[in-house]
Design a protein around this ligand. Structure first.
Ligand code: DOR
Length: 452
């Protein structure tokens, strides 16, 4: 691209000019250019944009030395509202998103009440409209009784099935209930794939053990593999769109490498790429999650699967619990760890250290997520796309510090990790929601749409 572009902005609100940002080219190369945002949409991307009149533009942003990326969309989070707000709520979680460069999220149904009906889905959407600083979508959870809701509830990115790992009524572990869900309708089914009966029998085997490291042996590789195989078989039988959530084992990745229909996608979390069972010795129950952390070999195989496109994208499974809850002692401790605020810098640090490219991180955290869920106009910096953007600093390193995090739970399994690629500014729908440590809590996100 060359030459300057001239334009007359249409109004002030939601109109931004971002100047001299480092931008990703089509081949993953970087170039320096300007981005114009009008009415919340990207309208022009050019090496130099010259304003032709003095018409109002709310902000001219000097992005020299910074890199502009599409905002991340985190497709698996647990934001705890309603009912578990002592851990997190939609406001605090969306503040953490904004500070972490996450401009949209897809949230899971294991709240209180569970999100299993149109009414509970509507309730979450209303709450989000009132207090979410970033864009949002909510899964509908499968129970043994809500088949009609699963096909009809709207809008939702898909149906969440917990095949193992209990959340009350959300557990679905028999073919008698799984089959009709796969057989009816066509919307995406996202599975937490761990085999319930195997977990129960292994719990007996390890009863009385209080070392959190046994968590990875109770909910072992076989438990994950069994459930993933089962979901895959059902998806093939009914040619049903399937998404496998937080793939944790090398064995599952190898399975998908050899047998992944075109209508199946899979995700991995940064913690399953970057942490393993050695974390229990360092951070104890803070490392406890479902599916559990695995071995260093699993990290390697998962990375390779991600690089090769066997795994499609990244999700954090942000699952905050309070430090008090995490201090109760295994096995009374809840499983889960927060992640939305650190995922982008964690992955960009990997890119800067040569493990992958920045373009791959953008695909895994924005473009591929938008594509898989059919979220229109997201995941790319190009005219016509929504101005959900993050300006990151790829030159400075800063450690993860508990006191700087916005999640209500107030801790991170990555505390002390020295990361680069921290967001400097986050923009949602053309509005600056985070600017050098300051949140604009007046900004509100929009409901995401799916299937576009
Ligand atoms: O570790 C986890 N915790 N995994 C899940 O899938 C659920 C989550 C939670 O909600 O705490």
């Amino acid at each position: 691209m060359s030459g300057a572009s001239s334009f007359a902005p249409e109004g002030g609100q939601g109109n931004l000019l971002i100047q001299k940002a480092q931008l990703l080219g089509a081949k993953g190369d970087f170039w320096v250019g300007d981005v114009l945002v009008q009415g919340g949409k990207i309208t022009l991307v050019s090496p130099e944009i010259v304003l032709s009149t003095d018409e109002p533009i709310s902000h001219i942003i000097d992005a020299q030395g910074l890199t502009l990326l599409p905002g991340a969309i985190d497709p698996q989070v647990h934001f705890r509202e309603p009912g578990l707000e002592h851990k997190e709520d939609l406001f605090t979680a969306s503040c953490a998103c904004a500070a972490g460069g996450v401009t949209g999220f897809l949230e899971m149904p294991n709240t209180k009440p569970l999100t299993t009906t149109q009414a509970t889905l509507d309730d979450k959407l209303q709450r989000a409209a009132q207090k979410c600083l970033v864009n949002y979508g909510f899964f509908i959870g499968a129970t043994p009784e809500n088949l009609p809701d699963l096909t009809e509830a709207h809008p939702t990115p898909g149906i969440k099935i917990f095949m193992g790992s209990m959340h009350g009524d959300l557990l679905i572990d028999t073919d008698a209930i799984l089959e009709p869900i796969f057989a009816r309708g066509s919307r995406l089914i996202a599975v937490h794939a761990e085999d319930h009966s195997r977990i129960l029998s292994r719990r007996q085997l390890f009863a009385g053990q209080t070392d959190p490291a046994v968590h990875s042996q109770i909910q072992d590789v076989e438990a994950a593999l069994l459930a993933t195989k089962r979901a895959l078989a059902l998806s093939k039988k009914y040619q049903r769109r399937l998404h496998i959530l937080h793939l944790s084992t090398g064995a599952e990745a190898q399975l998908l490498r050899s047998d992944k229909p075109s209508w199946v996608t899979a995700e991995v979390t940064p913690q399953h790429l970057l942490l393993n069972t050695s974390a229990y010795a360092e951070i104890g129950t803070l490392a406890q999650m479902n599916p559990p952390l695995r071995e260093p070999e699993d990290n390697e195989i998962l990375w390779q699967a991600l690089l090769d496109g066997v795994i499609d994208f990244i999700a954090t499974d942000h699952a905050p619990h309070t430090l008090e809850e995490k201090a109760q002692g295994y096995p009374n401790t809840p499983s889960g760890m927060p992640g939305v605020e650190t995922s982008l810098p964690l992955m960009l640090t990997q890119a800067m250290q040569g493990r992958c490219t920045v373009a791959q991180v953008v695909n895994w955290m924005s473009a591929n997520v938008a594509k898989a869920y059919g979220i229109p106009h997201k995941g790319l910096i190009a005219p016509g796309y929504d101005a959900d953007l993050v300006l990151v600093d790829l030159t400075t390193y800063r450690p993860v510090r508990r006191e700087q995090l916005h999640s209500k739970c107030g801790w991170s399994p990555f505390e002390g990790w020295n990361l680069t690629g921290w967001p400097v500014m986050t923009i949602v729908g053309g509005q600056i929601v985070y600017d050098r440590g300051q949140l604009n809590t007046e900004v509100r996100g929009q409901p995401l749409t799916f299937g576009g």
